[in-house]
Design a protein around this ligand. Structure first.
Ligand code: HEC
Length: 96
């Protein structure tokens, strides 16, 4: 029973993180204007296709926090939690 609760609550947390990540991707930061990502239904062509790139969590955190090339930095615009969630969302949507 305790084990069940532990498993249940960690998967509920993981779902919450995926949902927040998708919300950041589609609404708060609108990453899809520039990036393609099948699971989010986005077809942006300005930045790399994330389904092909399959970025690790640290790569996305770094790109979003610091900016890269023409991509802006979201430091101070998104919270650390939101940046982590979008990185987590992209990683888990593309790793297969
Ligand atoms: C204005 C267009 C634009 C937006 C909006 C944008 N990106 Fe990017 N992104 C780019 C471009 C262009 C590059 C390639 C930069 C380079 O390599 O010079 C890039 C690169 C990346 C990379 C690869 C980094 C690497 O090290 O190769 C990731 C991951 C990424 N973006 C994720 C995101 C996420 C997540 C968001 C939303 C928070 C986002 N991008 C929003 C244009 C954008």
């Amino acid at each position: 029973m305790v084990l069940f609760l532990l498993i249940y609550s960690s998967s509920a947390l993981a779902d919450a993180k995926m949902n927040l990540g998708l919300e950041v991707y589609n609404n708060k930061a609108q990453c899809g204007v520039c990036h393609s990502l099948q699971s989010a239904g986005s077809q942006g062509q300005i930045g790399p296709n994330l389904d092909q790139l399959k970025p690790t969590i640290p790569i996305t955190i770094s790109a979003v926090t610091n900016g890269i090339g023409v991509m802006q930095s979201w430091e101070g615009i998104l919270t650390e939690e939101e940046i982590e969630a979008v990185a987590y969302y992209i990683f888990n949507s593309t790793k297969n």
